[in-house]
Design a protein around this ligand. Structure first.
Ligand SMILES: [Zn+2]
Length: 270
């Protein structure tokens, strides 16, 4: 992988020593830039160190969800905010946090790993070993499972096509399609209530494939978020909006993190 990164960078930037940002799946240790995979086959892999040696320059390594959150904060739906939560609803459920104008990764890079936070006591079993994880209720995987269980006439045989079929049905006003998306939105809002109570963000940004449902998803999410918060906190509801940057958000965010880190390290007056 490192060789591929070095080759890709060589093809766009012939100069050496330029800051490079990398967005990767997996848990990234914020101090060391070591990566441990969930969906990548790395265990405590010294990615930052190895790329820094190969490229002879500064390298920033960020988890892809965190990098996307940073991109939305700087250039997308989170511009002008102070603290934001970005939720990415893809195959699973990921998140990134910017708190007080800084990317918050936590002590070990695990701060925003929200997919396996329990949402429903004794709920649906999860491959992680727990029950009722948020991701079992809000994700492409959850949507596909629920649609299959409901079995509407328009359900495609190919499981990988179910998510798109639900979106199309909901947009066309089909009651089953709308209910499936609204259920995802409702469960999204429920989890967001916990995050809002804990973090008090100005804005919650929803990205990933399911965000294409727009207001069909975000409307129920906002309503449930408001209901699920203690009345004392209702006055400070965050805005809940769709992501503005697309699939490249992770790349943009990682690059900007690298650039910002180099600027901070520069002596004043340069
Ligand atoms: Zn789980």
């Amino acid at each position: 992988v490192e060789a591929a990164v070095v080759a890709a960078i060589g093809s766009v930037a012939p100069g050496r020593g330029l800051p490079v940002g990398v967005a990767t799946a997996g848990v990234v240790d914020p101090r060391t830039g070591r990566v441990t995979g969930v969906n990548v086959a790395w265990a405590d892999h010294p990615l930052r160190e190895r790329l820094s040696l190969l490229l002879s320059g500064p390298v920033a390594v960020e988890n892809d969800a965190n990098a996307a959150a940073w991109a939305e904060y700087r250039f997308g739906a989170g511009r002008g905010s102070t603290s934001l939560v970005m939720i990415t609803v893809g195959t699973g459920l990921g998140a990134g946090l910017v708190l007080g104008g800084r990317l918050a990764a936590g002590a070990r890079g695990l701060a925003a790993e929200v997919g396996h936070v329990p949402l429903v006591p004794d709920g649906r079993p999860c491959p992680c070993g727990l029950r009722g994880c948020w991701e079992r209720y809000v994700s492409g995987t959850a949507l596909t499972a629920e649609a299959t269980r409901l079995g509407p006439a328009w359900l495609p045989a190919d499981p990988s096509a179910v998510g798109r079929a639900v979106l199309a049905a909901a947009r066309a006003g089909d009651a089953d399609g709308l209910a499936l998306i609204a259920e995802q939105g409702c469960r999204l809002g429920e989890g967001l209530a916990t995050l809002t109570a804990l973090l008090d963000p100005d804005v919650v940004i929803v990205g990933g494939g399911l965000a294409a449902a727009g207001e069909l998803l975000l409307g129920p999410a906002r309503a449930r978020l408001a209901e699920a918060l203690s009345p004392v906190l209702r006055r400070s509801l965050p805005r809940v909006v769709a992501a503005e940057l697309g699939a490249e958000a992770g790349v943009v965010g990682a690059a900007d993190v690298a650039r910002t880190a180099v600027r901070r390290a520069d002596p004043p007056g340069r």
